[in-house]
Design a protein around this ligand. Structure first.
Ligand SMILES: [Zn+2]
Ligand SMILES: [Zn+2]
Length: 245
């Protein structure tokens, strides 16, 4: 298992970012990141520059999209494209199914950001009928995430869902639009990747997030190991509990 830091929420001029994909990857390398997910608003056209940016910087680029709608922002990862334009406030699951069918995953972006009139659609309002369909939630949004008011309720909701038995991964998403020297500190999303030899692939990133081999940090990576009898468990593993009848 190899643990590598990623940034999972980014934009370029293909939507409303101001840095090119190559400029962002150069900055990502300076920050010590191994990869990014490109999640432009409602377009995947930025992926046209991905191979060249990876070749020049060594940064892995995972294809994604941020469905930017009136009822919330949903991140998709690992699929070249998924249709969202026909989704109404009560049928998000129809869109999620299209992503899952293609082997991708979905995550709710900044669920408690202010909505209209500050930022139309930024607050999550879709009806989630089955939380098993949600693969991850962006519990940390923007730089310096522990200091942002809208992240506390996101963390609380995620914790509450875990306590109800749902397995949903928590991510940090910088929502990276521009690179400058004065940027505040971002958080890192560390992913536990199974293929240790090669460049992180889209499949290995999707697998790490959907399996819960993930941790977010403002600095070092969290290490956690549980020993129970002869068994050892790490982040993402399932620990079976015997219930006494
Ligand atoms: Zn957004
Ligand atoms: Zn965004």
């Amino acid at each position: 298992m190899k643990w590598l830091p990623f940034e999972l929420h980014t934009h370029t001029p293909h939507s409303d970012g101001t840095h090119t994909l190559l400029e962002m990857c150069i900055k990502a390398r300076e920050l010590g990141l191994s990869g990014i997910a490109l999640t432009d608003h409602n377009t995947t056209s930025g992926m046209i520059d991905a191979a060249a940016a990876t070749e020049e910087t060594g940064i892995s680029i995972i294809p994604g999209l941020e469905w930017t709608t009136f009822y919330g922002h949903m991140l998709t990862l690992g699929v070249p494209y998924s249709e969202w334009r026909d989704l109404g406030p009560s049928d998000i699951h129809k869109g999620i199914e299209r992503v899952h069918e293609q082997g991708g995953i979905v995550g709710i972006a900044h669920p408690f950001s202010l909505g209209s009139p500050i930022c139309t659609g930024c607050h999550w309002e879709y009806v989630v009928k089955d939380w098993n369909d949600i693969d991850y939630m962006e519990v940390w949004h923007e730089t310096l995430p522990p200091m942002r008011n809208h992240n506390a309720p996101a963390f609380e909701q995620w914790t509450s869902l875990l306590n109800q038995g749902y397995r949903i991964s928590a991510t940090a998403g910088r929502d990276w639009h521009r690179s400058s020297e004065e940027d505040d500190l971002p958080a890192y999303t560390y992913l536990g990747l199974e293929n240790e030899d090669s460049m992180p692939s889209t499949e290995s990133v999707v697998d790490a997030i959907s399996s819960g081999r993930i941790c977010v940090s403002m600095g070092p990576r969290l290490e956690l190991q549980i020993e129970r009898g002869v068994n050892r468990y790490g982040i993402g593993d399932r620990v079976e509990v015997e219930t006494k009848g």
